[in-house]
Design a protein. Structure first.
Length: 189
């Protein structure tokens, strides 16, 4: 079993247990730390973690002061491990795990009138999920006017211009094979 180390906040240095056998590709602690250095203070913010996997982004956000996180994961094994980690780290009351496909979760959360300040998506690389998910977010907006939307994808992928429609690109950074693009809603008067 691989362990991912939390890089900041009150849980800094603690570990998140993952699954063996190449079930998922995990965001490295180096990339997570870089993301949080870019987005800055997350205190009191609500996080939506799409394609959550181990939930390392959400755990890191809660450790750094986020009010709560909703993690969407469609693998039963991964969702189960995420719930176990939340209990072991005593953050389960701040971390909701939805064991379902993102295509169903976003309309469900929209129907519940959920609204998030940070949306992080790290889908399997090179499968076209980012375009599909961004389309769902445009149809079922579950983010605030001041939200930060973070996309993690492979350097071999290109973001379709429709992904950025109505959004402003804050930055794009590359870390080895991984690319992080940060978007914010375009404020119109």
């Amino acid at each position: 079993m691989q362990k991912l180390r939390i890089t900041g906040g009150y849980l800094k240095g603690r570990s998140i247990a993952t699954l063996k056998g190449g079930v998922a590709r995990y965001t490295s602690s180096k990339v997570r730390e870089a993301i949080f250095n870019i987005i800055g203070d997350v205190k009191g913010k609500r996080v939506l973690d799409l394609y959550a996997g181990s939930g390392s982004f959400s755990v890191e956000a809660i450790s750094r002061g986020a009010a709560e996180a909703t993690c969407v994961e469609n693998s039963g094994a991964m969702a189960g491990r995420l719930k176990e980690n939340a209990v072991l780290l005593s953050i389960n009351k701040y971390c909701q795990v939805l064991y379902m496909d993102v295509r169903y979760a976003i309309p469900l959360l929209h129907g519940r009138k959920s609204c998030y300040d940070i949306i992080f998506m790290d889908p399997p690389y090179e499968k076209g999920y980012i375009e599909e998910t961004m389309g769902l977010l445009k149809t079922h907006a579950v983010y605030s006017r001041n939200a930060t939307i973070l996309l993690e994808y492979s350097k071999r992928e290109r973001l379709d211009s429709s992904c950025k429609e109505g959004l402003t690109e804050v930055t794009t950074r590359r870390y080895g094979d991984t690319v992080i693009t940060i978007l914010e809603p375009r404020i119109t008067s």
